[in-house]
Ligand binder design. Structure first.
Ligand code: HEC
Length: 116
């Protein structure tokens, strides 16, 4: 519990400063959620590979969305069962992964605010 709380704190600190997370990818322009989705996440989340929740499918996403933004972003960053950490693209910044989560959720019946 204590660990989870610290991890959430660390995450919110990351999201509080896009400058800090942009430094993860020093020199590279930040990808949008849509770009990250199309280049990485789509491989599984378009057609539901390995039972991944499909983009645009509200039924797949409703129980996930109910967990809240912080949990979904944490699972996308750290991995969750067969969902690989950062979708397997370790070069993505935390901010880019968070943007991709927001992009997917908002196409699937959710209303998350993009991290700034
Ligand atoms: C190799 C396939 C694969 C790729 C690539 C992938 N995912 Fe997933 N993802 C999954 C699977 C499978 C699940 C369902 C895991 C489960 O519920 O056991 C999942 C679940 C999730 C969830 C829901 C987690 C939860 O707590 O319910 C989020 C959010 C997510 N993925 C985000 C992303 C993002 C963002 C990317 C791209 C950066 C991505 N995924 C790329 C396979 C993938």
């Amino acid at each position: 519990m204590k660990f989870t709380f610290c991890a959430l704190l660390a995450l919110s600190a990351l999201f509080a400063s896009s400058a800090a997370s942009a430094a993860d990818n020093a020199g590279q322009p930040q990808k949008s959620g849509q770009e990250v989705y199309s280049s990485v996440c789509m491989a599984c989340h378009d057609s539901g590979v390995l039972n991944a929740p499909r983009i645009g499918n509200k039924q797949d996403w409703a129980p996930r969305i109910a967990q809240g933004y912080n949990t979904l972003v944490k699972h996308a960053l750290e991995g969750f069962n067969v969902m690989p950490a950062k979708g397997g693209a370790a070069n993505l910044s935390d901010q880019e992964v968070a943007e991709a989560v927001v992009y997917m959720v908002n196409k699937s019946g959710g209303k998350f605010k993009a991290p700034d």
